[in-house]
Design a protein around this ligand. Structure first.
Ligand code: SF4
Length: 333
């Protein structure tokens, strides 16, 4: 699969009065055309900063891209002029946020908002833009009669549909969705997710789905990057992750998912909290919470180990396994 976006060794820091926040460290991921990548982790893991990095919208100061490359359609976005970036944002890369109200104009009808984006990006006449906007409303499941209503007249789920319509109106190559369903109730969440799935198939848009919910990953993602304290700790295709999670943090995430078939008592949430981002522990950042930690884990940072084709894990356990003869035996891990 040809790659659309390739992030190489990306490092983004925020320099604040309280110290340096290592929001993203040495991240490398690739997204192919039509592929959906799940970026998974707790609040503060670096998911949103990664998205802002791709959009070149990291607030500077206090944020700064320290190093790395963001190659989109063969060109590095880092170092592009503000005018070039404006063309790419909205046109080729769109973003959907958790709270739809942040991206809607409260004093403009939803239909006009969609039509305006279409006019801007597709260079069509006002009349054509209105017709296309009506089609977009239909695509996202909003009755056309609501064209002339304002955002406050819509429910949360309907507003998010409007935002999706706006994001798709310019037919982006890449759609970044930052927890797009978190603010919605469960039934509506499922509807919005189904809509995104349908659109992904119809439009062949590549997507980055930022979420803390592995259920969403199972529904929609082809690949997954699990993030912890600014680092990608496991990176693979979704199937391998669900069949055979490797990193102790990933395994902890699976163990803490409520399962209606099992006794709730069996839930084992990951103990402790994410470390202070201005004062990360030495060695592996996960070591204070890791049930498998050894003395080496507080001394040395894990390197990327390819445990199976295309399945990368950043954990010393697997480095040891490799040193012990190169054969990875899950029973020993
Ligand atoms: Fe746990 Fe050590 Fe692996 Fe980190 S490197 S995840 S502390 S076993």
């Amino acid at each position: 699969n040809e790659s659309l976006l390739k992030i190489k060794d990306l490092t983004i820091h925020y320099v604040t009065e309280d110290g340096r926040v290592r929001a993203v460290e040495d991240m490398s991921i690739t997204i192919g055309k039509g592929e959906t990548l799940g970026l998974v982790g707790e609040t503060g893991a670096g998911k949103t900063t990664t998205a802002l990095g791709i959009m070149q919208l990291v607030p500077n100061p206090p944020g700064k891209i320290i190093s790395g490359e963001i190659i989109f359609e063969g060109e590095n976005l880092i170092g592009k002029s503000p005018a070039e970036l404006r063309k790419i944002r909205g046109n080729k890369i769109s973003m959907i946020f958790q709270d739809p109200m942040t991206s809607l104009n409260p004093v403009m009808t939803v239909g006009d908002q969609i039509a305006e984006v279409i006019k801007l990006h597709q260079k069509v006449s006002g009349g054509e833009a209105v017709i296309k906007a009506q089609e977009m409303l239909d695509t996202v499941g909003i009755p056309m009669e609501r064209y002339k209503e304002y955002p406050h007249q819509f429910s949360g789920g309907m507003r998010q549909r409007v935002v999706i319509a706006i994001a798709l109106a310019c037919n982006p190559k890449l759609l970044i969705a930052d927890e797009p369903t978190t603010a919605l109730d469960v039934t509506i969440q499922a509807q919005v997710l189904n809509l995104m799935k349908k659109l992904k198939e119809e439009y062949e848009t590549s997507m980055i789905m930022i979420t803390h919910d592995l259920g969403i990953v199972a529904e929609i993602c082809d690949k997954v990057a699990i993030m912890y304290a600014g680092n990608v700790v496991e990176y693979t295709d979704a199937e391998s992750l669900f069949l055979s999670p490797k990193h102790p943090y990933t395994i902890g995430l699976f163990n803490s998912i409520p399962n209606i078939e099992e006794d709730v008592e069996a839930l084992e949430p990951i103990k402790g909290l994410m470390p202070d981002p201005t004062n990360l522990p030495n060695g592996c950042s996960f070591h204070p919470r890791c049930p498998r930690a050894t003395a080496a884990c507080s001394e040395r940072q894990p390197k990327s180990i390819e445990v199976a084709e295309g399945h990368f894990v950043f954990c010393l356990l697997y480095e040891h396994q490799l040193q012990l003869g190169g054969i990875l035996d899950d029973q020993k891990i």
